[in-house]
Design a protein around this ligand. Sequence first.
Ligand code: ARG
Length: 585
Amino acid sequence: MNSSLEQLKTRFTQALVTAFGSDFTETDPMVVPASNPKFGDYQSNVSLSLAKQLGQKPRLIAEQIVKHLEVTDICQTPTIAGPGFINLTLEPAYLTQQLNTIQIDPRLGVERTKQPQRVIVDFSSPNIAKEMHVGHLRSTIIGDSIARILEFQGHDVLRLNHVGDWGTQFGMLITYLREAYPDALTTAGALELGDLVAFYRQAKQRFDHDEAFRGASRKEVVQLQAGAEDSRRAWQLLCEQSRREFQVIYNLLDIQVTERGESFYNPLLPAVVQDLERLDLLEEDNGANCVFLEGFTNKQGQPLPLIVQKSDGGYNYATTDLAALRYRIQQDGANRIIYVTDGGQANHFAQVFQVAQRAGWLTEEVEVVHVPFGLVQGEDGKKLKTRSGETVRLRDLLDEAIARSQADMATRLKEEDREETAEFIAHVAQVVGLSAVKYADLSQNRTSNYIFSYDKMLTLQGNTAPYMLYAYARIQSISRKGNIDFEQLGADAKILLQEETELVLGKHLLQLGEVLRDLEQDLLPNRLCQYLYELSQKFNRFYDQCPVLKTEEPQRTSRLGLCDLTARTLKLGLSLLGIQVLERM
Ligand code: ARG
């Protein structure tokens, strides 16, 4: 189904061409949702922008457009306001017909993209043996939602976990492993490191204070890179241990992602440097091989170098990203590559993209996007920490959210004098707790920092997951109360829009497709959150004012249809945020 916006754009273009000739076939008709409901549903300022070109007063242009605008099947008669704005109000009969169409569509009227792309979303990407911190949590939640949205729109999405599983720290880690857990290398399953982060800290301690250990570590790196068998085995053990810990988090959060860590690109790194050399982009700087960047300068105004090979011959984060970018374009056939990391890496990506472009690997046909996000802060506005001042472990953070949601629920059940099984309580608490964490993250504009507050994210009021889940469950309770099977309602539930609150809700229900189409471009999941939040509010207003079960036919079935559509829209929208609904809570 074409959205009303698309249909109106087409009609506007037709009117422009009829009024002013075929030169205007490509002119953007500038139809947008109205900035204020008092102007109707949509508006166009195109007459103002054409004034110069046509040498006419905008108001006169507007009049000519309106004269040729054939929209009687969609809108009420267009009106012209002020200097020449054209305002449009959708016709209830049109809305009714659209709603009845989306009702029998599992995609709720959201069309698949006409230009499916091969998209890579690079997200989560924690580092082996280091802790997976709140920054990785943000990347995981935002990246997963972006991937879900693009998949739903019909793109072919490859979700990649660019795990930090390579680099000089492995020399130190393996040396420490040999020393502290020698059995691990000979006996299968002997390694129960438990807390790898503590292990990393101990290894670092030795590295910083023990000269001999440092020497051994350096040798170990060389051996590992040369492919020595027991070094590789030790490396593998460390990776597996970390992987198990990451997987616990992914399982809890329902995240699918394919691991393709930095080590994957290791064999490709020498060729990257050679090619840069061959393309005459490489320069030597203090013994390191680098590319001097355009538009990045130091304080003295001199161009900054991007090091791709250190003076000891080793490669770095940037080299790996260059190799990865080339591989993703040439081998994976990606048209669009999306990197979800904290804003602090913006320069890194801008530099890598520039070099890849100058090398000719990154062409016009491929879009690369860095999707940056802000910091997660504690309630004091500082870096998130535990009470004793340590960094918060993700596992603990998620468990705490679940525990608090369980406590909230216990209070609520008591107040309502309800009895529920332990199993039910545990399930609801887990869904609500984890959704709250995801939603709190996604509902902010991702570029700003946000304050992590269990109290705020778990409250039943406002733009929170519990509020949204509650709206959904409330609708399901209507069907239980009235003994209605929404699925049986199907095509028979003809929707009529009579009351103002019904009209407002109906219009909103038809906008999901437009919201998702915008999201494909701007990759801002908070827009979807905002849409769903407004949907819940509009539903609540409707439900307060329009009796559903206690009204006569044909309103009763129509209103049940609106309830069902709202619930399905919430369920679909939340699923694109990685949030699962509850029939009862
Ligand atoms: N491992 C990195 C970190 O923890 C993130 C990697 C992001 N992806 C990339 N292709 N560089 O900061």
